[in-house]
Design a protein around this ligand. Structure first.
Ligand code: GLY
Ligand code: MN
Ligand code: MN
Length: 443
């Protein structure tokens, strides 16, 4: 287990909160993620479901948590894999039902094979069923199968659930506000990611391959017991304008920009950072001009992250600054107000300015409730990531702008009186970047 991991007591408090919220005649079921095959019999590295892990701290597959408010024998029940010395020799230790009760403060645990017999019993007499319906077809089918079975016993006095609720509405609202233990992990993910970006900048020079820079990022992640939170984007030249470029196989050329979007995951919490810099360590005049626009926009957006402001405030600020900047550079033509209103900058800035960040890189949590943008509250964490992308080939745009793709992305925590940039260790000012790029390209 990770040394900074969220404590068992905190996981237990989260379960208690869910038990209280769903109420006495309800029941909640949540499964961990399935094992996924990569090919033939080879599996992807296992990653538990974030909601499941959030409530349990349990990282084994084939597990199901059932929350049963008011149950006398215990309100928290887990189904998990049985111990198996032979298999454990191959695949590592399992907690087993006893271990789950002992180590994870679960009240009662059974073998996962017993779920078809035992879960209908737990469900019997409950009016409301909470689960993450629509996420796992197999679990949905099983749950509705149990409900059907119970309904057939109606005339014997058995009560089956009649109302079905999205457990996400309960758990995701909790996940949106990070605890201090969660913030410790997020700061750690940010710190490791910052080191990786700095190492990547130092290694970059013309002639090097994009994948060599990717390997530098991964080296730093793994050397700190972290993994990559998502496939790293290392896009040079025109690849900097391909938003989801992950092939990372081009040789970098003198005069290119390099856009790196990479983040570490540690203890199941992610960072998500983008930096863009010149491969040869010196911005061209055109690159510098666009970089200024994006940097200004990002700062303006970050300044909007404070308690009480609506979710779209940073995006609106970014759109205003990018529109203003691109108009000054002659890339947008027309009256500023009209350009902002018609979102003319979408031609160059076609994505949002950020997303919630946490256990999932695109974290859970509502953005709008009852038709209104959510407002920032201390403890929320999000990214701020405006960008401008000018792919080559458009003859209406002067050649000097071609292949300029720039995004600057930081991770931000909403505080009592504003915000804190968790990823501030990665330089983004032009002079800082120019001093760093290629400084260790020879080793
Ligand atoms: N790395 C994914 C994103 O920036 O949203
Ligand atoms: Mn992002
Ligand atoms: Mn990103």
């Amino acid at each position: 287990m990770h040394t900074m991991a969220v404590t068992i007591a905190e996981h237990a408090r989260r379960r208690k909160k869910v038990l209280q919220e769903i109420g006495r005649d309800a029941l909640a079921v949540i499964a961990s993620a399935p094992v996924t095959l990569r090919n033939n019999d080879v599996e992807y590295p296992y990653r538990p479901d974030s909601d499941f892990f959030y409530l349990t701290g349990f990282a084994e597959p084939e597990a199901l948590l059932v929350l049963v408010p008011g149950r006398k024998q215990g309100q928290t029940v887990m189904f998990c894999r049985e111990r198996d010395p032979e298999l454990e020799r191959w695949n590592g230790p399992r907690l087993g039902p006893e271990g789950v009760c002992r180590e994870l403060a679960i009240d009662e645990a059974w073998c996962i094979d017993e779920v078809d017999d035992r879960l209908p019993e737990l469900l019997s007499g409950r009016k409301r069923l909470y689960s993450l319906f629509g996420k796992d077809d197999e679990l949905d089918r099983r749950l509705f199968g149990y409900v059907r079975k119970l309904r057939r016993k109606n005339r014997h006095g058995v009560v089956a659930p009649t109302e079905f609720f999205d457990l996400g509405q309960v758990v995701h609202r909790m996940r949106l506000i990070k605890s201090s233990a969660e913030l410790r992990l997020m700061r750690r993910a940010a710190r490791i990611s910052a080191r990786a970006h700095i190492a990547a900048m130092k290694k970059t020079c013309p002639g090097r391959m994009e994948y060599e820079i990717e390997s530098e990022l991964l080296r730093v992640f793994r050397s700190h017991q972290a993994e990559t939170a998502y496939a790293s984007i290392v896009g040079s030249g025109e690849n900097s304008c391909v938003l989801h470029y992950t092939a990372n196989r081009r040789q970098m050329q003198d005069g290119d920009l390099l856009l790196i979007d990479a983040g570490a995951e540690t203890g199941y919490y992610a960072a998500d950072i983008t930096r863009t810099f010149p491969v040869n360590g010196r911005f061209s005049a055109a690159q510098r001009a666009v970089y200024h626009v994006v940097l200004n926009a990002q700062q303006a957006a970050i300044d909007q992250v404070r308690p009480g402001n609506p979710w779209d405030a940073p995006h609106r600020a970014a759109v205003r600054e990018i529109t203003k900047g691109l108009r000054q550079l002659g890339l947008l033509k027309g009256e500023l107000k009209a350009l902002i209103k018609s979102e003319a900058c979408r031609k160059f800035f076609m994505h949002g300015t950020g997303h919630w960040l946490g256990m999932d890189v695109h974290d859970v949590g509502d953005y709008k409730v009852d038709g209104k943008w959510c407002r920032f509250v201390p403890g929320m964490t999000l990214t701020v990531e405006p960008g401008v992308y000018i792919p080559p080939g458009n003859r209406k745009i002067a050649r000097k702008w071609w292949s300029i793709g720039i995004r600057i992305e930081d991770d931000v925590l909403v505080t009592e009186d504003g915000c804190e940039v968790l990823t501030r260790d990665v330089p983004k000012q032009i002079d800082e970047i120019e001093a760093l790029v290629g400084s260790e390209a020879d080793n």
